[in-house]
Design a binder for this molecule. Structure first.
Ligand code: ADP
Ligand code: MG
Length: 253
């Protein structure tokens, strides 16, 4: 989609687990070519919001619209097929397979199956094409020197970038990243930020869930701040950072 096109429109999305309101009527938008940060203290409802968008969890009420299409009744594999790629809060790689193979499986994910299912279903004739696409994505994110390394041997920062490459191999329109910088060293965070900035310059739309405020400050076009399931602030990083309610949520949390 052209820059500025409305890619994701979350309207009053709500998720209750019994009496607990994990996501309390959250609304926000993301346009093509933007990096939007979804931030907030632990337990704020960020991952749950992700799970509502990707169909991992059904919404209690509200709507999620992706490129004009309503998602909230679709199974997660259909949502992936439409072009919503994601990574998970905890690394999900096959550690004894090569970097290249891990990404090749991702190229198969757009077809809607899980990683292990993908491993079992790839046909010989598709293999060369998938490996070629995987190598392309790995060069794109700067992992071109590690194609034949075992994924489990990479540093954590490289594993996170590898997971992004795997998501990219499914050719997403929108990339959802859940705390990609968590646990990374300073230099690894800088490397990751560089990759994300580059993807944006290529026109990728990214929703970035992050606990670490510093990481999102220089990287995002727009921030949505959650606390206890509720959106407490929204705007450019500068404006949000100066908002007393945001400081309170972070210092108090
Ligand atoms: P964050 O990602 O911002 O740290 P989460 O979305 O993981 O927050 O969690 C928000 C709230 O919802 C927390 O209180 C958490 O304990 C609760 N929660 C998350 N998933 C479930 C679930 N499957 N069942 C019950 N409660 C959940
Ligand atoms: Mg989380």
């Amino acid at each position: 989609p052209q820059a500025g096109t409305l890619v994701l429109d979350v309207e009053s999305a709500r998720k209750q687990f019994g009496g607990l309101v994990a996501v309390n009527d959250i609304s926000f938008k993301l346009k093509a070519g933007e990096i939007v940060g979804l931030i907030g203290p632990n337990g704020a409802g960020k991952s749950t919001t992700f799970n509502l968008i990707t169909g991992v969890l059904p919404v209690t009420s509200g709507t999620v619209t992706f490129l004009g299409q309503r998602l909230e009744k679709l199974p997660s594999r259909e949502i992936a097929k439409l072009g919503v790629g994601r990574t998970f809060q905890h690394v999900q790689l096959l550690p004894t397979m090569t970097v290249l193979e891990n990404v090749a499986l991702g190229a198969h994910l757009r077809s809607g199956v899980g990683v292990l299912q993908a491993a079992l279903h790839i046909e010989r004739k598709d293999e060369a094409r998938l490996l070629h696409e995987a190598a392309k994505q790995l060069h794109r994110v700067g992992l071109g020197d590690y194609l034949y390394e075992q994924a489990g041997n990479l540093a954590l920062g490289q594993q996170r970038i590898l997971e992004i490459a795997r998501a990219l191999a499914a050719d997403p329109v929108l990339l959802l990243l859940d705390e990609p910088a968590a646990g990374l060293r300073y230099k690894e965070k800088q490397e990751l930020a560089k990759v994300l900035g580059q993807l944006r310059s290529e026109g990728m739309s990214i929703l970035l869930v992050e606990h670490d405020m510093d990481f999102v400050m220089n990287l995002t076009d727009h921030l949505v701040v959650m606390d206890f399931g509720t959106k407490i602030a929204e705007g450019t990083p500068d404006v949000v950072q100066a908002n007393p309610a945001v400081l309170e949520a972070y210092l108090g949390g």
